[in-house]
Design a protein around this ligand. Structure first.
Ligand code: GLN
Length: 504
């Protein structure tokens, strides 16, 4: 490949950029400027960023160039990135797209962010999202909705919609998102990029602003599986600051990318292709693209087996007990005293502490966050705890056992990420249950703590003039990231869906 021109630099993958940087064919300063320029060109149309840290980025790029010149570069030294605004960044506002945290500036980096910064990655800015991670469309941002670069009348998915839209539009070579019930995989699917939700505990949650602590996980959104491997390598591993962080050694993810999947036992769960209750209809274009992707994996040597995950139909109801319950506890900390926004009264000098707290929460939280807090507080209240929260935990165990049983027969599962493609802005905003249904195939994975990916596998034209990206979901047993990344890599070597770019 010849050295790219300045206007092509923003199109580079992480792996390509890293190679050109280490050969000194390009500088991080040039690459960072090209990305910042791309952000300036497209972000007016997609609103993927809540904060752009241009000065810091240029400074970090200069540091990276010095480090490269000194021969001390690591893989991500000098590579620009966007970070979802749910992850704490030292000295840079971290809002979770909530009015509650407007103006909040953390005094430390999340561990995943710190590890990228130690490698010398360059921060372009913070990604827009659904408030505190609660949503599937990025319409629940307190600031503005993000738009899908493939069709700016449509949502990018959520809650990491700003991250997926930025990567798809070339406004960041990669981003970090978080996934509690699908928030990395579903926006990656809607925007035609590659996303990985690691095994629960594989990446530290320290500095991730908690939504539902037993489900939250940090992961990469990038152009392809090879880039996801590089980023996961940097952020994975034990962290003494997160008690749920796994002590297991981190394997070499890039070395796992052999591209050979012959003999792979790949399960196809019939419940993930259902038309029935729990889904408001699978888009035929999604079904066709995912089915074709499974055929392609079979052609590459995978042995396809039909499997059943009968508890799938309970996952959504169960998730919407557990996630709001944890959210109601986690969000109790926003009392107007410790962080961010604080109601200052109406100037009359009246009101006691309780009123100040109530008003802070009334004005600081958006409607979806309030809905979740109320659902959770109800499910946890005495008299209802056993019927809702306790029951949901029991069902969660059954979901976990379902997966454990099929993983005795197969090495990984292939399914759609979402039954639908990106929908028009506003279409589901007033109907929470229809919004929740978009995540029917991603939530079970979080309930079981499993790793899973979204891999671009085609376009669906069924409900759009223009084709919209479809994501293939690959799910594996705990700590099977090397295998999942390799399946995705094998698929991406044989196909070019991940190379398609929106015409923005
Ligand atoms: N859409 C799901 C929810 O609203 C999942 C969000 C997420 O993964 N953060 O809870």
């Amino acid at each position: 490949m010849s050295t790219p021109t300045a206007s092509e630099l923003w199109q580079l993958s992480v792996a390509e950029a890293s190679r050109l940087l280490s050969n000194r064919e390009i500088s991080s300063a040039e690459l960072t400027d090209a990305c910042l320029e791309r952000v300036a060109t497209v972000d007016g149309q997609i609103s993927a960023y809540v904060t752009v840290t241009a000065d810091l980025a240029r400074q970090q790029a200069a540091d990276a160039d010095r480090r490269i010149a000194a021969g001390e570069a690591e893989y991500l030294t000098g590579i620009p990135m966007q970070i979802k605004d749910l992850l704490c960044t030292n000295g840079i506002p971290t809002t979770c797209a909530s009015a509650m945290l407007a103006g909040y500036v953390p005094v430390y980096d999340a561990t995943a962010v710190a590890r990228l910064r130690e490698q010398g990655a360059v921060l372009l800015g913070k990604g827009n999202m659904d408030e505190f991670g609660m949503g599937s469309s990025t319409e629940n941002s307190a600031f503005f909705p993000t738009r899908n670069p493939w069709d700016t009348g449509r949502v990018p998915g959520g809650s990491s919609g700003g991250s997926a839209a930025a990567v798809a539009a070339g406004a960041a070579p990669f981003a970090l998102g978080t996934d509690t019930g699908g928030s990395i995989r579903q926006p990656a699917s809607f925007c035609g990029v590659t996303g990985l939700k690691p095994t629960y505990g594989r990446v530290s949650r320290y500095g991730l602003v908690a939504y539902a602590s037993s489900l939250d996980q940090v992961g990469p959104i990038a152009r392809d599986a090879a880039d996801c491997a590089l980023i996961l390598q940097a952020i994975a591993g034990h962290d003494p600051r997160d008690a749920t962080s796994l002590p297991d050694p981190v394997p070499d993810y890039s070395a796992a990318l052999t591209g050979d999947i012959s003999g792979l036992r790949l399960g196809v769960p019939s419940e993930y292709f259902a038309e029935g209750p729990g889904s408001d209809g699978m888009d035929p274009g999604v079904r066709a693209a995912v089915t074709a992707a499974i055929d392609q994996l079979a052609a590459l040597g995978a042995e396809i087996r039909r499997v059943s995950l009968p508890t799938t139909e309970y996952a959504l109801a169960c998730y919407y007990i557990i996630a709001p319950s944890e959210c109601s506890a986690n969000l109790a900390r926003y009392d107007g005293v410790k962080y961010g926004y604080s109601y200052q009264g109406d100037g009359q000098g009246d009101g006691d502490m309780w009123e100040a707290m109530e008003r802070t929460r009334q004005h600081g939280f958006g409607p979806e966050v309030k809905r979740r807090i109320m659902l959770g507080a109800f499910a946890l209240s005495s008299g209802y705890y056993d019927a809702y929260y306790h029951k949901a935990q029991q069902v969660r165990t059954l979901i976990r056992q379902d997966f454990a049983r099929v993983f005795q027969e197969v090495d990984a599962l292939a399914a759609p990420v979402s039954p639908v493609v990106a929908f028009p802005i506003g279409e589901r905003a007033d109907d929470p249950v229809r919004m929740y249904l978009v995540d029917v195939y991603t939530l079970p994975v979080n309930m079981a703590g499993l790793p899973a990916m979204s891999v671009p596998c085609g376009f669906a034209r069924s409900n759009s003039d223009q084709g919209l990206p479809v994501g293939l979901q690959l799910i594996g047993p705990h700590l099977s990231e090397p295998n999942l990344l390799n399946i995705a890599h094998a698929y991406q070597q044989a196909t070019d869906w991940h190379r398609h770019r929106p015409a923005i």
